[in-house]
Design a protein around this ligand. Structure first.
Ligand code: HPA
Length: 292
């Protein structure tokens, strides 16, 4: 398990990064958006943008995955100040989970109140199609169940409690609002609500693993999101998550379906506009400034 969960980051390090960013910009973001594979275009909608390459931000890890630009974009979206991560950090890249989730605490210290996460995922549920968009209502933290967890180690009460609740990790009112918006945008045919399961990756699932996930009640599977959501919930952020279904995870030995990363990216491109409209409208209508 090497250093995956042992590397602790102290409060002062998060604070140093938050203060550095605040000293460089006049934006005071209330909403953070983490863009999944091929979904970085969400940041293109920001007006009055200010961009920082991860390499230029003190203490920031680097993103190594194709389809991830590796930059922070601050800007305004429908009247709210936002920060977008174009590219996230994954456990399979070899990062300790404290590094994977590093930006979340930085955002909290900058004054962010709501975190929106998007990802590309494979569908396990029957009745899901490629191109569907799943509002995440709950998750299974597969690595966490065996101790690969971002909150392992000493707890810093300045961020949150030792034993945070996770039964309410995904904000119900934001989920409801997103459903309403999808109806208005006439895209509700593509919208599902379901359970996301994080696996470590980087390989896609075997057929036996896919069958296991199906038995467990998983609707969509991917290699990200859950560590960020846990750390966000721990430090008091409201969380909304979307999975774009980029492929079906086959459970049949005689199937010819094989998934690859380029297919994932091409489906993301196809649905980019719909996801952008949904997220923009959600940001426009959500309440921030502590009047949540
Ligand atoms: N499995 C895991 N992660 C994924 C998949 C998948 O099928 N598709 C996109 N990310």
């Amino acid at each position: 398990m090497s250093n995956i969960c042992k590397e602790q980051i102290c409060y002062e390090t998060y604070k140093e990064t938050a203060d550095w960013l605040l000293s460089k910009i006049s934006h005071r973001p209330k909403v953070a958006i983490i863009c999944g594979s091929g979904l970085g275009m969400l940041a293109d909608a920001l007006t009055n943008p200010k961009i920082f390459k991860y390499a230029d931000v003190p203490n920031f890890p680097q993103s190594t995955v194709k389809g991830h630009a590796g930059q922070l974009v601050f800007g305004d979206l429908n009247g709210k100040t936002c920060v977008c991560m174009q590219g996230r950090f994954h456990m399979f890249e070899g990062y300790p989970l404290t590094k994977v989730t590093f930006p979340v605490r930085v955002f909290r210290l900058m004054g962010v109140e709501v975190m929106i996460v998007t990802n590309a995922a494979g569908s396990v549920a029957d009745g899901y199609n490629t191109g569907d968009i799943m509002i995440i209502k709950d998750h299974i933290n597969m690595p966490g169940l065996i101790g690969l967890h971002p909150l392992i180690g000493p707890n810093d009460e300045r961020f949150g409690t030792r034993f945070p609740s996770m039964s309410d990790a995904y904000d119900k009112s934001l989920g409801k609002l997103a459903l309403e918006i999808s109806k208005e945008l006439k895209c509700s045919n593509y919208i599902k609500e379901g359970v996301y399961c994080m696996v470590g990756g980087p390989n896609f699932e075997t057929i036996a693993e896919a069958r296991l996930l199906h038995i467990l009640g998983v609707d969509a599977v991917g290699m990200s999101t859950v560590p960020e959501v846990i750390v966000a919930k721990h430090c008091g952020l409201h969380v909304f998550g979307l999975s774009l279904i980029t492929n079906k995870v086959t459970r049949e030995y005689d199937s010819n379906e094989v998934v690859n990363h380029d297919a994932v990216l091409s489906i993301s491109k196809m649905r980019a506009e719909m996801i952008q409209s949904l997220v923009m409208e959600l940001v426009a209508r959500m309440k921030v400034n502590n009047d949540y």
